[in-house]
Ligand binder design. Sequence first.
Ligand code: 48F
Length: 258
Amino acid sequence: MLMEEAVSRGIVGSYFKKLNDNLSVDAAIVGGGPSGLVAAYYLAKAGKKVALFERKLAPGGGMWGGAMMFNQIVVQSEALSILDELGVKYTLMEDGSALADSVHATAALIYAATSAGATIFNCHSVEDVAVHGERMSGLVINWAPVMREKMHVDPLVVMARATLDGTGHDCEVARTLVRKNNIRLNTPSGEVMGERSMSASEGETTTVENTKEIYPGLFVSGMASNGVSGSFRMGPIFGGMLMSGKKAAELILESLSK
Ligand code: 48F
């Protein structure tokens, strides 16, 4: 067999095995931002089958760019143990917060999640959800370029015992679930309330508090948790995102054990 054919056979065969192995998972994560990646790491570390779907070519969400493309991030002291566990290098500021290179930190999160056993499907967009009875049961996925080009191509479905909406500011999964199914969420208004403006300290606290199961089978993390509950944004501070991802993994593990 010529090299060209062997390469193509290797890629096609192993890719479809990977997809086939992940058509039914313990936990499906939508969005490869910091909270989704941290959740993927802790869930995979606990031995669960985890698939993460990210519409962009590179997972990492809003963490690569630091603040206004100054590629440094700040992580509060409460979240330093997560940085240590995931192998992120940092220096300390006077108040005990960490400063890290955003490219190094984002790459470390991706490496930690995949090394722990999570499978990342990049260039995959989640366009809808599957619902059975009063429970969210899976994700409707399509190629991101198909969605971008608005091509009329039907999707595939991945079944999941638990799903995490880690889609950031847009809270896309929660929005789709509410828009199409006439249901109420476990948020103060029962709906997706939309995030408020910048209030860093409060936003950091509430992003962890708002990390919860908002509908049977659907959890939220990161900015999506503040987005659904009408809380504040916080800018280039990432401790809340990391702690939210860890909390989401713990809640999902508890729910999977029932
Ligand atoms: O926004 P994002 O980084 O998520 P996060 O974990 O972190 C937020 C911070 O980056 C930052 C912040 C920190 O203080 O406020 O914004 O909440 O990443 C969300 C990811 O989800 C992907 C999107 O491309 C991004 O990489 N995403 C969004 N919708 C979909 C999606 C979708 N429908 N299907 C697949 N991926």
